[in-house]
Structure formats: C-alpha cells, structure tokens
Design a protein around this ligand. Structure first.
Ligand code: P6P
Length: 338
C-alpha cells in the first residue's frame, strides 16, 4: 500500500501520536472497525438472504439461524468490545438496560453507546442504513460501569462516529480534532482515507424532514419549512427537499454537501412529544461530528451536546447540519413554538 493511501488503522496511530497517547481509546476504535466490517458483509447480502436464499421462519435454507440484522449487529458490537479490557459498560438502542460485561472479562475506563443498525427496517428495500457510536470516559469508580457513566452530556464525548452501509461502506469519526471519512476497500478489507478534514458548508440548499408530519409540527416549525420552500429565504430560491428516512444517510449527505436535517417534536403522537430520535446514541454522536465539522445541532431551543440526560433511551427533537441553517431554525422555533 503506497504512502498516498492512508488506512484507518494508520490514521488512528497518527492521531494518537499527534494528540497524545490514547492506546486504550485506539483499541476500542479498532474493535468497532472490526465489528463494522463483519456487519457490512452481512448487510451486503441481507436482501439476498431475505429474497433469494429464502427464509423459513428463523432458519435459512441451509438450516442456519437467520437473526434479524439489527440483533446480529448488536451482538457483533457487544462481543467485539466485551473482552478487550478497555470498557466498563455499554448501552445500545437494542437493549432496554445497561450492558454489563461478563464477570470474567477485565473492565476498562471507557463507556461505549451505540445504535448498532439504525434504519434497519430499510434493509429489505435496499436503502442505506448505519451504525452510530459515542465513546466516553467513565465517571464512576468500582469495577462495573453504572447508569451515571452513560448519562453524561454529549459535551463530555471522547470520540464519536458512524458507519454507513450503502453502495460503498463509509466510516466517519472524530476524536475532537476534526472529522475524517474513510471508505472500505472490499478488495483488501481495509478502510482507507477518502474524505480528509470534512467541513460542513455554513449554509446549505437542502432540507431533510418527513413532511408527512407537517400537521403535527408546532407553528414555528411549519413556518420555517414554508420559509425554506419560498424565494424569501437567505439563498433567494426554494431549498431542495431530500429525505431518505435513514438518519445516517440523510446526515452524511448534509455533512458533505451542506443542509439541515429536522426531526422536530410531534404534538400529535404521544410517543414522540419530544421527537423520535434518541439522545444518547443518535443525536449526541452526530451532534459531536457536526460541531467538529463546523456545523451545529440543537433541539430548536438548546444545544444538543449540553443536554444532561436523565434516561438511557430518552428522545429529543433533532435539528442538525449547517450552522447558519440550524441557528435560523432556532429563531423560528423560539418565536413561534410556545
Ligand atoms: P420517519 C429510522 O427508523 C429512523 O430511526 C431514522 O434512521 C430516521 O431518520 C427516522 O427514523 C425516520 O423516521 O418517522 O420519518 O419514518
């Protein structure tokens, strides 16, 4: 591999040398990468399993147990992080409670929280899906981590990132010194640097929102979307609407091209009074990436990264992307969303 090609493993070592030794943290990232490669291989032929190999209940034609892909991904990330002795507790969108490590495994100083396969319902229609992760230092003493270690605000994140399983597999991460993107080269099974030092444009021309919920948004949110669709906005022409319905895919596009993603609170659905997306393992890691790339993430009323969580699976309104767009949304929300 010539010097022009920077592998993700090499990038992690370079970051470690440049910004201070964090061998433990690098070991965690390496295990996340390992699990991501395995999940990517399964996602690549998931549709195949469903459609062509044929599933008979829980076993495929070879009689192997076919797990739901998100359960499979969840188990993969947990087992990849379980035994390395760097983690004291985990939390996952797939598990109602804390994930404690088996007694026989040594515990470490870090906390990892993740959504193992966000948007997995899109697999059978071949839409991009993703893994989102955030890494913290523990705040408790003792051997096992506790809930307090997970209920830290996003401004305490030590690092975060996501993997998007699409036409190609990309991994984007930050450890607080900017954002870098990598593409999986299937011919060698390595992630290689493809998007160095990502910066999100300060203002975009794209908005991403499920307008099917328009009637259930607060007045300020409806006014803001109407404003974007008019010629009276800051770019003098209607924004383009792009909505994939897979958070990681919508976020990744806006990160590279500029734009704003909105999943606001829903005044009709009692399950979504504070939006649909989860703070700990969806909003916070992406907010961290957005801000490291020069963007911003808000509920409309406060910075996502400053929220002190009080529940493992709490939901928040998520307005994220180009900084000027998100700040402009806040003006509408604060003025018209009592
Ligand atoms: P809606 C996928 O189910 C997900 O959790 C995110 O990936 C996505 O942004 C959102 O829900 C889509 O939700 O209500 O628009 O279908």
């Amino acid at each position: 591999m010539n010097d022009k090609v920077i592998s993700l493993d090499r990038h992690i070592i370079d970051e470690q040398r440049r910004y201070g030794g964090r061998g433990d943290f690098s070991a965690i990232l390496s295990q996340i990468i390992f699990a991501a490669k395995i999940v990517a291989a399964q996602v690549a032929h998931a549709g195949l399993v469903e459609d062509i190999l044929g599933r008979t209940g829980n076993t495929n034609v070879q009689g192997e147990e076919v797990q739901k892909l998100d359960v499979y991904a969840n188990n993969m990330f947990i087992s990849a992080l379980n035994y390395i002795g760097k983690v004291c507790v985990m939390a996952s969108e797939e598990d109602p409670d804390l994930i404690l490590l088996p007694k026989e495994h040594p515990k470490g100083e870090y906390v990892v929280m993740f959504d193992p396969l966000d948007g997995s319902s899109n697999v059978d229609v071949n839409v991009s899906i993703g893994t989102i992760f955030g890494i913290y230092k523990r705040v408790s003493d003792g051997e096992d981590g506790i809930l307090e270690d997970c209920l830290q605000p996003g401004n305490q994140l030590f690092g975060a990132g996501y993997i998007i399983y699409s036409s190609s597999v990309n991994l984007v991460y930050s450890t607080g010194n900017g954002v870098n993107g990598f593409s999986l080269d299937p011919s060698v099974g390595e992630f290689v640097l493809s998007n160095p030092n990502i910066k999100i444009p300060p203002r975009g021309k794209i908005y991403s929102a499920n307008e099917g919920n328009y009637a259930y948004w607060k007045a300020g949110t409806r006014e803001y979307i109407d404003y974007l669709k008019s010629e009276g906005n800051k770019i003098g022409k209607p924004y383009s609407s792009r909505y994939i319905g897979s958070l990681v895919a919508d976020f990744h596009r806006n990160l590279l091209k500029g734009g704003i993603f909105l999943y606001p609170e829903d005044i009709k659905d009692p399950k979504k009074p504070t939006g649909k997306l989860r703070l700990l393992y969806e909003a916070n890691p992406l907010a961290y990436i957005a801000e490291q790339a020069g963007g911003y993430a808000s509920t409309g009323y406060e910075r996502i990264l400053d929220i002190k969580p009080d529940k493992l699976h709490q939901r928040v309104p998520l307005i994220i992307g180009s900084k000027e767009d998100v700040l402009e949304y806040e003006e509408f929300a604060r003025k018209n969303n009592p």
